[in-house]
Design a protein around this ligand. Structure first.
Ligand code: NAD
Ligand code: PRE
Length: 308
């Protein structure tokens, strides 16, 4: 259902999971008159053309952003600054530039200085993803009932923010605004550190595989399989997340380590009451999330049949 396009022309720079999902979601809801796309490699551009991703696939970022009313930077966080520098001279006056990066302070620092005064910069972050990447991994329902956080600087045109909000809402997301440093701390707790823990746990299991003669992989139970799904996420994206959200991640990791040591001590000393109290508290948190209707993952989330 749609009241007509929110933007006449949208340019997607970087054609991976998030951009391709935005294309399919936007097309389904009729949110853009025309969507142009650009990817760095010829192979990705070829694949995009083959699967009908975008109305036009351009061979340069400059060509893709020409005349665009909304430009979406959907590349790894560490590449945002260079892409912004490349497109800056070609942006249409009055256009909105946004991004979907998992870290916000660093993107603002890297992208903002390149952009001309005649565009609106509204950084964003959809809290939705899977462990898959690339142009073929996207699907139209990825953002449905998920949060998208917008991080506009004070003084940003309210009209530009409102329009971007309508665009994300049209793709099924719930939109909220947040300050950049707060965003980075919250995401360090809810997304970045959990990913690091999953990477570590799978690394430990791989190490133990040699000791247990592959038994840990053969008999991996559901909990561990969830870790392996997360730990299969794109290495470039996650390298950039940790390098660019260093302080918040290290702070959360410090707290995590303290708690881990407390639980380790309880196990060593046989302090069952501490363990039971701790697990009771964490179970209540999970139940609270479900009761608040925030557990929006389908049971097959991440393995969902691609729905375009
Ligand atoms: N995957 C997730 O779960 C998820 C969720 C929310 C936000 N994000 C953020 O969205 C952005 C894109 O992630 P994705 O999952 O779509 O990644 P992806 O790996 O699926 O796609 C990234 C795209 O960027 C291109 N690219 C890489 N380096 C580039 C460069 N230097 N110049 C131009 N293009 C370049 C790649 O070729 C690819 O087309 C990242 O900033 C990530 O932090 C990811
Ligand atoms: O479910 C997943 O695969 C994800 O990791 C998605 C996830 C997350 O941590 O929730 C990952 C990175 C993002 O920036 C936003 C969403």
């Amino acid at each position: 259902m749609s009241d007509g396009p929110v933007y006449d022309k949208v340019a997607l720079i970087g054609l991976g999971l998030i951009a391709s999902s935005m294309f399919w979601a936007g097309r389904r809801a009729g949110l853009a008159g025309h969507v142009s796309g650009y990817a760095r490699t010829q192979a990705t551009r070829d694949t995009a053309r083959e699967i009908g991703l975008c109305d036009s696939v351009c061979d340069s970022a400059a060509a893709a952003v020409a005349d665009a009313d909304l430009v979406v930077l959907a590349v790894p966080v560490g590449a945002m600054g260079a892409v912004a520098a490349e497109i800056a001279p070609h942006l249409k006056p009055g256009a909105t530039v946004t991004d979907v990066g998992s870290v916000k302070r660093r993107v603002i620092e890297d992208v903002g200085p390149h952009l001309p005064d005649h565009v609106h910069f509204v950084p964003g972050h959809p809290l939705a993803g899977t462990e898959h990447s690339g142009p073929e991994s996207g699907f139209a329902t990825l953002f449905r009932n998920r949060w998208c956080l917008l991080v506009p600087a004070p003084g940003t045109s309210p009209d530009a923010v409102l329009r971007l909000r309508r665009y994300w809402e049209g793709m099924g997301a719930q939109v909220d605004e947040m300050e950049a440093d707060h965003h980075d701390l919250v995401l360090a707790v809810t997304s970045h550190t959990p990913h690091l823990i999953a990477y570590t746990m799978v690394g430990v299991a791989d190490d133990m595989r040699r000791v247990t003669d592959s038994e840990v992989i053969k008999y991996s139970a559901a909990g561990f399989r969830d870790f392996t799904r997360i730990a299969a996420s794109d290495p470039t994206m996650w390298r950039d997340v940790f390098l660019t959200n260093k302080d918040a991640t290290l702070e959360v990791l410090g707290r995590f380590t303290e708690e881990l040591f407390a639980l380790q001590r309880a196990i060593r000393t046989g302090d069952g009451a501490l363990l039971h109290d701790y697990f009771t508290r964490t179970r209540a948190i999970r139940r609270g999330i479900i009761e608040a209707g925030q557990d929006t993952d389908a049971p097959d989330f991440g393995r969902a049949k691609v729905e375009r």
